[in-house]
Design a protein around this ligand. Sequence first.
Ligand code: PHB
Length: 394
Amino acid sequence: MKRSLLTLAAVLALAAPTALVHAQATKPATNTSKLKVGLMLPATGTFAALGTAIENGFKLYITEQGGKLSGREIEFFKVDDESDPSKATDNVNKLIKRDNVDVLVGSVHSGVAMAMARVAKDSGTLLIVPNAGADAVTGPMCAVNIFRSSFSNWQPGFAMGQVVAAKGHKRVVTIAWKYAAGDESVKGFKESFEKAGGQVIKELGLPFPNVEFQALLTEIAAIKPDAVYTFFAGGGAVKFVKDYAAAGLKRTIPLYGAGFLTDGTLEAQGADAEGVLTTLHYGDSLTVPRDAAFRLAYAKTFKLQPDVYAVQGYDAAQMLGIGLAAVKGDLSKKAEFAAALRKAKIDSPRGAFTLNAAHNPVQDIYLRQVLGKENKVIGVASKSLADPGRGCRM
Ligand code: PHB
């Protein structure tokens, strides 16, 4: 026994210096190969326009940097995730195993993002989430290589609960898609609203991406609550706002929502959205210098007005740039990459933000009101709001 231990020690002592020399010899001083970015976003379905805005925003930042980050040219690989969680694991594995991407950027839908986070955690691949708010991604699923440039579902909901309570509403009905994003948005709302003395008297829901709202709107009319809180986005949000007005509810029961309800949707919603109050980390009339420059560049490049999704895509690219600069383009240095982002102040068009310990933005949540074709910022609903990051152990 003693002898074999000694032998083992001798072998290790001999092998160690050799291994070290070998590692040093094969490691390049700086990595100048192309950086492969896997964009996993919806190109079809109710969230298609959101995916386009994220990609536009991301690419705008890369173009502003001359097409390179830390000296590495960027090469894009894309999959349409269809906002379908059941296809998400296969889709993310295509990017990792077939395309060999260095970084994953995605997605919009919370269920898809959770599948991506699972794979990212297991494989160690860097993941930046440019929209999906799934609380778990920066909660129990948090990891050194997972970051979010957007929000947690809890954030806009929690901020709106305080606003609706301050308006004096007591009895509120909620209506949302029944999946992580809708459920968690309502949960955040309920947490602060009930703490302030209000009561959620009924939680209505329908499966994503259904838009058959009629029976539920009839139920709301019968209950006659003081107000309604809602989570819908993209094409579904357009239809919900129009159906709410057509049912005659807009005149009698005030409608509140997480800001996705009216972001990137106002052209299609028209007068039916007028006056609606929402909470979000972005708006159309900010006086942030970085926002003015961003909006001008975005409109010029894409012949489109930017929205919250475009900002989140832009900031995902900025975050990648900050991390890469700190590790001189070497993504294997995960702890250093994360350390740089944890201490960074990210100069976003929404206003500067930082990350909490679980890598979710700590940011102002604005109160906005639809006026014409704008989500006009009329105040700050919650200053520097940090997601509690419940369940995150890193
Ligand atoms: C989500 O699924 O997390 C989600 C989707 C669309 C939004 C916001 C959140 O606009």
